[in-house]
Write a protein that binds this ligand. Structure first.
Ligand SMILES: *[C@@H]1O[C@H](CO)[C@@H](O)[C@H](O)[C@H]1NC(C)=O
Ligand SMILES: *[C@@H]1O[C@H](CO)[C@@H](O)[C@H](O)[C@H]1NC(C)=O
Ligand SMILES: *[C@@H]1O[C@H](CO)[C@@H](O)[C@H](O)[C@H]1NC(C)=O
Ligand SMILES: *[C@@H]1O[C@H](CO)[C@@H](O)[C@H](O)[C@H]1NC(C)=O
Ligand SMILES: *[C@@H]1O[C@H](CO)[C@@H](O)[C@H](O)[C@H]1NC(C)=O
Ligand SMILES: *[C@@H]1O[C@H](CO)[C@@H](O)[C@H](O)[C@H]1NC(C)=O
Ligand SMILES: *[C@@H]1O[C@H](CO)[C@@H](O)[C@H](O)[C@H]1NC(C)=O
Ligand SMILES: *[C@@H]1O[C@H](CO)[C@@H](O)[C@H](O)[C@H]1NC(C)=O
Ligand SMILES: *[C@@H]1O[C@H](CO)[C@@H](O)[C@H](O)[C@H]1NC(C)=O
Ligand SMILES: *[C@@H]1O[C@H](CO)[C@@H](O)[C@H](O)[C@H]1NC(C)=O
Ligand SMILES: *[C@@H]1O[C@H](CO)[C@@H](O)[C@H](O)[C@H]1NC(C)=O
Ligand SMILES: *[C@@H]1O[C@H](CO)[C@@H](O)[C@H](O)[C@H]1NC(C)=O
Length: 766
């Protein structure tokens, strides 16, 4: 085992010349502010995948019968039932395709489920749950005849702590996010639904994400290495899993709009990552006709945008080639055939709420999965003297606006394409939060509030409850065994958050704690929430980050509070002691010269990588979360599978595999460790593998498993470490490169925790 590591060391001359990772003087960076031109668009042909190849053969046989007008018609949005509707070719029997949101449930429809938001699925650190989430969503999208589901999300990744859409993704780490992308795509596409990985790329903030009266949209200016190792990384996993569609993003990258950025689409996505499907614009994200066509955009939504008649003209006058147009259509049709949607796919069954229609109930038994993820993604961060789990209390005080249902969440019936929107928000401080706002918002068929679920439990024990949902300083009924306070933090598409806390909620918690010696705080947050104004209060005995759990909210939190489920959720982001600890990564930081610029000068160092680098002690580190049991870690070992692995990806074939060379996914090492349940409760534990790759951030997540261990039992966990996991992106060679030097190998309960961390120190390891 040590041998392979030392062999790598011998093979690798150190030639890492940073492409400005963590640079401070941006004007020294070559091409700064310019996006390198990459033309023409590589034609989709199936790569080396036989199913994609067959899909392309079918696509081209239809295209050969299509007129120019019909081809152009297919490449843009039309009116119709769905949030997006592509062009049909009635003459040849090709139907219109239906596109719909959201990542956590079909938005604006009836008899559909409201699932936990992706951030909560990320917090479960469980690949199997990720897959089952994708599969259940796939069953619902298919059931409603929706051809393309606008999920999953890996952009934003979570660079900006106050980012308005961070809750739509799996968390602020590319490996965790990649695991979510891969498994959700597999689950979704196994149901025959086209997955749409979004937003490609660098959509890290909402502030001025679109152009407007003030001028152009903000530009994310990011170096090539950071693009690869952080932001494109989880998209590689989606592509590797076969995702058939990618949505380009709203903002600019190096000042060129993402939906007409040839480096991002023709270059990284379609050349380097061998993408075979189609790129669809974010809704209204197209800002030029010829430029977007030639840069690799294949489908514009929700209308003709700058295409339609203009695209016909551009093809006729040679500004866009016939080949490019055929390729756009081929990519769309091949995706349709790749998912076998010509073989009995249901007709679209989505309707506006105010139109009489048949009931199409697609929920199946998804409520139980929703409840399971709701409990699995709940993160316990404080539990003094084992106050939790509750011991069948007969008297509970329940406080806070987040414990109850909002008065009426059914607002904005016409927004976002005819659905209705659930606007449970802390801005009203008047209802529980189960999803965030904007196009990522799900639409629940019902909501089990925390109060409802807890009252039912107390009732079973023939108890008494007291509640106050509105008061800032509620009366505490002193004989209650515990006071549970529910608060939340809202976030939405379209705007970034202005704070990671709010004064009303903080005062509420402090007021209850002042009068109740067993105060338990539950937070439903759309992202990070800081808690330092009360976390150390001696009367606050337990604190939980319960994320955004969807329709089964109350049942899921009751399962954890009562100990039916021991918490194993882990923070998918870093919680700082104070907001300013996030530094320049707190807000959407920009300059305005001449239009908004955001220079990602921190390079690879976001979230825990940033805290590590600057030696800032967080309140709760990435990966943190407590259990009702305790675990011992031991027997770490490292085994090498290929001690002749060359420094760069071996190019044995000239055909591209979607997602990148398949050698990147080959396991070069296996790390093993033993986990013993030394406590008294059967529980899930989430051991995490952090690697220190030379010339890269000190510790990076490169493995995790969620394992169920009974008291006294020991289980061995295995982490397969791939070539990509061990490499950095060499900007000169434009290839992934294994590093010479000593790799550190840590297995533990979170990125920082030292008491459980075990480190591999083989004698020959460099
Ligand atoms: C940044 O680099 C440019 C070009 O090399 C140089 O002119 C400028 O003085 C540098 N600025 C700082 C603050 O070092
Ligand atoms: C943006 O510019 C940086 C710095 O030159 C370069 O490394 C990167 O590839 C560019 N990205 C895009 C999308 O143009
Ligand atoms: C595609 O390439 C990968 C890796 O080179 C190989 O495993 C796979 O069998 C190939 N598939 C086809 C259909 O050629
Ligand atoms: C273009 O697409 C629309 C919407 O699907 C369809 O109604 C129309 O017939 C199509 N036009 C042609 C020329 O096929
Ligand atoms: C061409 O694009 C412009 C800008 O979107 C639009 O106003 C115009 O209607 C388009 N022309 C045709 C023929 O589609
Ligand atoms: C070709 O058509 C496009 C789209 O209408 C237009 O922008 C461009 O100016 C035209 N070029 C010529 C040479 O007519
Ligand atoms: C926890 O237990 C210790 C020891 O019994 C006791 O001193 C302390 O007051 C308890 N803390 C709380 C918050 O109940
Ligand atoms: C919440 O709603 C209730 C009833 O509609 C109202 O009395 C209360 O003032 C509201 N609370 C806040 C904080 O808006
Ligand atoms: C803790 O709660 C008790 C009431 O049970 C109260 O008397 C005490 O002052 C509280 N402690 C603090 C520090 O607020
Ligand atoms: C963050 O933005 C807010 C306004 O939205 C501003 O008041 C604050 O100063 C900014 N903080 C930092 C650290 O830039
Ligand atoms: C970003 O970089 C550009 C180009 O060097 C510079 O003009 C601008 O001031 C920088 N913005 C910030 C916020 O540092
Ligand atoms: C790989 O393909 C490219 C473009 O199709 C071609 O230029 C190149 O010669 C090929 N290389 C090998 C080793 O076959």
């Amino acid at each position: 085992m040590a041998k392979l590591l030392s062999v790598l060391g011998a093979l690798l001359p150190l030639l890492h010349q940073a492409d400005a990772v963590g640079y401070t003087n941006v004007s020294e960076v070559p091409y700064y502010g310019l996006s390198p031109p990459v033309y023409p668009t590589p034609e989709g042909n199936g790569g080396n995948s036989s199913s994609w190849q067959a899909a392309y053969a079918r696509a081209y046989s239809l295209i050969s019968q299509m007129t120019l007008e019909e081809k152009v018609n297919v490449t843009h949005g039309h009116g119709g039932q769905c949030v997006g509707n592509s062009g049909a070719v009635p003459r040849l029997g090709l139907p219109q395709l239906c596109f719909a949101d959201a990542p956590d449930g079909i938005r604006g429809q009836e008899f559909v489920s409201s699932f936990p938001a992706q951030i909560m699925v990320g917090a479960s650190f469980d690949r199997d749950l990720m897959y089952r989430y994708g599969k259940a969503l796939g069953e619902e999208y298919r059931g409603k005849g929706i051809n393309a589901a606008l999920l999953p999300v890996a952009g934003p990744l979570g660079r900006v702590a106050r980012g308005g859409r961070n809750w739509e993704g799996f968390g602020a780490d590319p490996y965790l996010s990649g695991a979510g992308m891969e498994n959700v795509v597999l689950g979704l596409q196994d149901q025959g639904v086209i997955g749409t990985a979004k937003h490609f790329l660098l959509n890290e903030e909402e502030f001025r994400r679109n152009p407007g009266e003030l001028g152009e949209a903000m530009s994310s200016n990011v170096d090539d290495r950071t693009i690869h190792e952080l932001y494109a990384f989880p998209f590689m996993d989606a592509l590797h899993a076969g995702v058939a569609s990618i949505m380009c993003s709203y903002q600019r990258a190096n000042n060129s709009y993402a939906c007409q950025n040839s480096k991002l689409m023709n270059g990284i996505l379609k050349s380097e990552l061998g993408f075979q499907g189609y790129v669809v614009s974010d809704w209204g994200g197209q800002h030029a006709g010829v430029a977007s066509a030639n840069a690799g955009l294949d489908l514009v939504m929700p209308d003709a945008g700058y295409w339609g008649g203009n695209l016909t003209q551009a093809v006729n006058n040679g500004s866009v080639t016939d080949t490019r147009l055929d390729d756009m259509v081929a990519r769309i049709l091949a995706s349709y055939y790749y998912l076998n949607q010509d073989q009995g796919y249901p007709e679209p069954g989505v309707y506006p709420y105010n139109v009489e229609h048949e009931i199409i109930d697609v929920r199946g038994d998804h409520a139980s999965l929703i409840r399971e993820i709701g409990a699995a993604g709940t993160v316990l961060v404080k539990n003094v003297n084992n106050t939790l789990p509750l011991k069948n209390p007969r008297y509970l005080d329940i406080f806070g606006y987040d414990a109850k249902l909002p008065a009426s969440p059914w607002t904005n019936p016409s927004r976002f394409g005819g659905g209705y929107e659930v606007n449970f928000g802390w801005n009203t401080l008047n209802g529980t939060l189960i999803t965030g706002g904007g196009s990522g918002s799900s639409t629940p068929p019902y909501v089990i509030s925390p109060f409802q679920a807890l009252q039912d439990r107390v009732l079973k024990d023939r108890g008494t409850v007291r509640w106050d949902f509105d008061a800032e300083n509620p009366i505490v009924f002193a004989n209650a065994e515990a006071c549970i306070v529910f608060i939340n933090a809202y976030a939405s598409e379209s705007f970034d958050r202005t704070t990671l806390q709010d004064d009303f909620s903080d005062r509420l918690v402090q007021n209850v704690a002042a009068n109740c010696s067993n105060t338990i705080v539950v937070m439903h947050d759309a992202g990070i929430r800081v808690v330092d104004s009360w976390i150390d209060h001696p009367n606050i005995t337990a604190v939980l980050y319960a994320m955004l759990p969807g329709q089964e909210s109350g049942n899921a939190i009751a399962d954890v509070l009562y100990g039916d489920v021991s918490p194993s959720g882990r923070l998918p982001f870093t919680v700082a002691k104070k907001e300013s600890d996030y530094g320049l990564l707190l807000n959407s930081t920009i300059s305005f010269e001449p239009f908004p610029q955001s220079n990602f000068t921190e390079g690879l160092y976001i979230d825990y990588r940033y805290f590590d680098k600057h030696n800032i002690t967080p309140r709760y580190e990435f990966g943190y979360g407590l259990s009702y049991s305790s675990f011992d870690y031991s027997d770490i070992s490292v085994e090498c599978h290929d001690d002749t692995a060359p420094e760069y990806v071996p190019s044995t074939t000239n055909t591209t595999t979607q997602g990148g060379d398949s050698a990147l996914w080959e396991a070069l090492y296996t790390v093993k460790a033993s986990i013993t349940n030394s406590g008294e409760v059967a529980a899930h534990e989430v051991p995490q593998l952090y690697l220190g790759v030379p010339n890269a951030p000190g510790r990076q997540l490169r493995g995790f498993e969620r394992v169920f261990v009974k008291p006294g039992e020991t289980q061995e966990v295995e982490f397969k470490v791939t070539r990509r996991d061990l490499s950095i992106w060499d900007v000169l060679k434009q290839d992934w490169q294994l590093q010479k030097g000593r790799y550190s190998v840590d297995v533990g309960r979170a990125v920082e925790i030292l008491d459980s961390r075990i480190r591999f120190t083989g004698s020959k390891v460099r």
